[in-house]
Design a protein around this ligand. Structure first.
Ligand SMILES: C[S@@+](CC[C@H](N)C(=O)[O-])C[C@H]1O[C@@H](n2cnc3c(N)ncnc32)[C@H](O)[C@@H]1O
Length: 279
């Protein structure tokens, strides 16, 4: 989800396979299968997923978004794995983590995204455990030291009840003392005014339009490119609300950063959270 207003840097690890992340050439042929676990699948089919229509567009669309990869990789190294990534998408984060020798279980409600992810993992010569499932009820029996939900995937949740349910589900996946790391955003008004209802070319040939509703705190985002088009609904809340939800779900907030360089949050659009399973 390349939302208008995302800060972009030129850090390595592009969205497309590249030698910098050892994603270039196939090594040995690790099979990457996508499992449809009954529990997760039931929830997943309940929801329509716009990502299926843009699965092939997603990597070129998010090619400039690289600033978060090192952050999540560092967290994975610190935890040692295995890592559960909720909303794994095409493996933008999961593949570099797996390439570091850390086992990753990736959950996503879009079969199309998982198929691209499996392809990318094969190309990089890494193995991923990919499962069709939902943020609200991930089909994972294992308990792990780290759950991640990168690139604002929690903005796909629309009510506080859903958010609380998703955080409780993430909490249940963690070993005691384990951590949840995720990032979200809440737009600044000038960003909203600048971009509202305008088609902007995010990448060559890839256009996006944001329709903001600041009362309802929702964003209707359309992305259009040669290989697909989709409209998705996102919803944001303020950092204080995320903090309250995390604490309500049994987490202790260890850090709320304002960016992936771990600078403290100082009132910007982005928040990057590390929350520890306290009980
Ligand atoms: C913005 S993309 C992030 C993908 C990947 N984590 C990354 O950093 O590039 C959001 C992903 O969340 C998935 N997603 C959205 N709602 C979901 C849900 N309720 N359950 C599981 N996955 C969901 C989408 O299919 C999509 O792959």
């Amino acid at each position: 989800m390349s939302v208008v207003g995302a800060r972009l840097t030129s850090a390595p690890v592009p969205g497309e396979p590249g030698p910098g992340k050892q994603e270039g050439a196939p090594r040995d042929s690790h099979a990457c299968t996508i499992q449809a676990r009954p529990h997760g699948q039931n929830v997943a089919v309940r929801r329509a997923t716009p990502y299926d229509a843009i699965a092939e567009l997603y990597d070129p669309w998010s090619v400039s978004v690289t600033e978060d990869v090192g952050f999540y990789l560092e967290e994975a190294r610190r935890a040692g794995g295995p890592v559960v990534e909720l909303g794994v998408g095409t493996g933008r984060i999961a593949v570099p983590i797996a390439a570091d020798g850390i086992r990753v279980i990736g959950i996503d409600s879009s079969r199309g995204m998982l198929e691209v992810c499996a392809r990318r993992a094969t190309l990089a010569g890494v193995e991923l455990d990919l499962r069709l499932g939902d943020l609200l009820a991930p089909a994972v029996e294992e308990r792990v030291p780290l759950v991640i939900c990168p690139f604002r995937s929690y903005l796909h949740l629309h009510t506080s009840a859903e958010r609380a349910r998703a955080l409780t589900a993430a909490h249940a996946l963690l070993t005691r003392g384990g951590r949840l790391a995720f990032d979200v955003f809440a737009p600044a008004l000038d960003d909203v005014e600048e971009t509202h209802d305008r088609w902007l070319e995010r990448e060559p040939g890839i256009w996006e339009r944001a329709i903001w509703d600041t009362r309802a705190r929702t964003l209707t985002l359309t992305v259009r490119g040669e290989t697909g088009e989709a409209t998705m609904a996102l919803a944001w809340i303020e950092p204080d609300e995320w903090r309250a939800l995390l604490e309500g779900a049994g987490f202790e907030v260890e850090a709320c950063y304002g960016w992936f360089d771990r600078s403290p949050y100082a009132g910007g659009e982005d928040t990057v959270w590390i929350a520890r399973r306290a009980r």
